[in-house]
Design a binder for this molecule. Structure first.
Ligand code: SDX
Length: 396
């Protein structure tokens, strides 16, 4: 009933159902990148380590990680001509539209053919450049949105610390880098790094299957992620929690709306197309919430609201019958708030995390035997099959 005719060589006829990148068991809430469990990766790795894993299929050795970290620093700047783009976006342009525009235009500033002759472990200049530069573009888009001077990446800072510093450091208000926030950012980016062939990843694969280069294909994925049912859900969760708080914690009002068959309202941050149990990423983000707010002694009423809403939903038959549990977006926004990241940057944060997964899928699709075949979803035609033509004068 998906509306597609599944073809023998897989959905969309590009072998897009086959992949070696991420394993998802929706019934049991299992998520593994290249065979490694998400819980262990989030607990033990840096984001750049997991990005390397997704791009190459293997966790890096010390030396490989050092090389990749060096490249993250080497490629952190964007072309100075690109910075003038920011002067021409409307004053409050959405950071997501800035991100997709700037990433797509990397194609013109760093032509695809600029590939490493002998990529180390499957990583090329093209891919390492993108993983590093998207972070700078994201931070610069925030600075422009705020009307603050740009803060350039520093050689002495890690991937996550550089991002937070580029976001929040100011000449008159130096930013104090909190290790607990850098650690939380690493975990959040790891949790978002890939998720099988979801809407935005399928977009990257489909666009790429037409022979489109990496940067424009990723730009298409950024736009797909923007939707409130997908990557935009983390913003909608905060809006929902703020409304419940503003309504005097009237949880039942929102739960009743979500259960009303005549009302399209949904409790955003709950449910998932694949998970029929608790999203393993939600478990981890809930724990990060407590770690970050606890260690920084931040009181955020939205965390209490979120936990009570989760409790009430877990006790409600309507949601249990439909296997509706918190997903990755339910708690992540509360952590971004604790970092000082505004809601208009939440989906940008999702894109920063998801980038290595998108790249890995684009590379896999291009390397597969089917890569010569353009993606071509089929349909179940439900229109009028055939009828005789009626000349204009005879149409009454
Ligand atoms: C992400 O695909 C991925 O992997 C995505 C993602 C990733 O990492 O890439 O995990 C990231 O997008 C997470 C999801 C973020 N979106 C939201 O939180 C938006 C709120 N969630 C829903 O809109 C919904 O759960 C979806 C879109 C996530 C999934 O929708 P499905 O699988 O199409 O569910 P459905 O529409 O078939 O619903 C089944 C039933 C329906 O009720 P009945 O028609 O059976 O009576 O469950 C109900 C729905 O009305 N339902 C909800 C609900 N989600 C589904 N009811 C209330 N609140 C909800 N959130």
């Amino acid at each position: 009933d998906t509306g597609f005719i599944t073809l023998d060589s897989g959905f969309m006829n590009t072998g897009s159902c086959e992949s070696r990148i991420t394993y998802l068991d929706g019934e049991n809430g299992v998520l593994r990148y290249r065979g490694y469990d998400i819980v262990e990766l989030a607990e033990n790795c840096l984001f750049v380590e997991v990005a390397y894993l997704l791009l190459t299929g293997e966790l890096p050795t010390y030396e490989e990680l050092d090389t990749f970290k060096y490249d993250m620093g080497k490629f952190a700047l964007i072309h100075e001509d690109m910075i003038h783009f920011f002067d021409h976006f409307p004053p409050h342009a959405s950071p997501m539209s800035i991100l997709s525009t700037m990433v797509g235009s990397l194609h013109d500033f760093y032509p695809e053919m600029d590939r490493e002759e002998d990529p180390y472990g499957g990583i090329t200049t093209t891919t390492a450049r993108l993983v590093s530069k998207i972070r700078t573009i994201a931070a610069f888009s925030y600075k422009k949105n705020m009307g603050h001077p740009l803060v350039y990446p520093r050689a002495d800072l890690s991937y996550g610390a550089n991002f937070l510093n580029m976001m929040f450091d100011r000449p008159n208000m130096p930013y104090k880098i909190e290790p607990v926030l850098v650690a939380a950012l690493n975990k959040l980016l790891i949790l978002h790094a890939d998720h099988e062939q979801n809407c935005s990843t399928s977009t990257v694969r489909l666009v790429g299957s037409a022979g489109v280069g990496l940067y424009p294909s990723i730009s298409a994925g950024i736009n797909a992620l923007w939707g409130s049912l997908h990557g935009g859900a983390n913003v909608a969760v905060i809006r929902m929690l703020e409304s419940i708080l503003a309504d005097g914690r009237d949880f039942e009002k929102y739960i009743s709306m979500a259960k009303d068959p005549d009302n399209p309202y949904r409790l955003t941050g709950f449910g998932h197309r694949v998970y029929r149990t608790y999203d393993p990423r939600a478990e981890i983000t809930k724990k990060i919430c407590h770690d970050v707010l606890g260690s920084l002694e931040i009181e955020d009423p939205l965390l209490d609201i979120a936990m009570e809403l989760e409790q009430r939903v877990s006790e409600d038959e309507y949601f249990q019958e439909r296997n509706l549990y918190p997903n990755v977006d339910f708690y992540s926004g509360i952590i971004y708030r604790a970092m000082g990241i505004p809601t208009n940057m939440f989906t940008v944060m999702f894109a920063l995390g998801r980038l290595p997964g998108w790249i890995a899928h684009w590379q896999e699709m291009n390397s597969d035997k089917d890569s010569s075949r353009i993606g071509r979803p089929r349909q179940v035609y439900q229109g009028i099959v055939n009828r005789p033509f009626i000349p204009l004068e005879a149409r009454g």
